[in-house]
Ligand binder design. Structure first.
Ligand SMILES: [Fe+2]
Length: 146
């Protein structure tokens, strides 16, 4: 089984790929990018929930650090959720400028956010939660977003 760090990092790559394909499609036709945009949002939402409902909770319980990095990441998730919502609504309105404005901002935020997680939080989490790694990965795997 993969580690917590590997599992979540790989999931970032997967979401990044959907995002890139969506942007490529949108440059040709906004209409055709809609489905990929919804797919990107639901996969990213699932990723956020694997962290918020499982990994962050385990990390906070184990370390007692509830106001530290996980709090900052939760805050950034909120910002990204708002941007994703706005991006989809721009797409539904057929507003190309607003769509690309949003997707650009989102991509920058997402890259910085993912880097912080992969370089700081995931290694810390792996270190503190190593003994429970398999159980936590299995719990993250079982997350279903309605
Ligand atoms: Fe995150």
């Amino acid at each position: 089984m993969s580690t917590i760090k590997e599992h979540l990092s790989l999931d970032h790559r997967r979401c990044d790929e959907i995002f890139a394909t969506m942007e490529e499609k949108a440059s040709k036709s906004l209409e055709e990018a809609k489905e990929l945009c919804q797919e990107f949002i639901s996969q990213t939402e699932r990723h956020f929930q694997m962290e918020e409902r499982v990994m962050f909770v385990e990390f906070e319980t184990k370390t007692g650090m509830t106001q530290g990095p996980t709090q900052m990441m939760r805050h950034e998730h909120t910002q990204m959720r708002a941007l994703m919502k706005d991006m989809l609504s721009a797409l539904e309105d057929g507003n190309k400028d607003r769509f690309f404005g949003n997707s650009e901002t989102l991509m920058i935020l997402m890259q910085q956010h993912n880097m912080k997680e992969e370089q700081m939080l995931y290694p810390m989490a792996q270190q503190h939660l190593n003994a429970d790694s398999d159980r936590i990965v299995a719990m993250m795997d079982s997350i279903i977003v309605e």
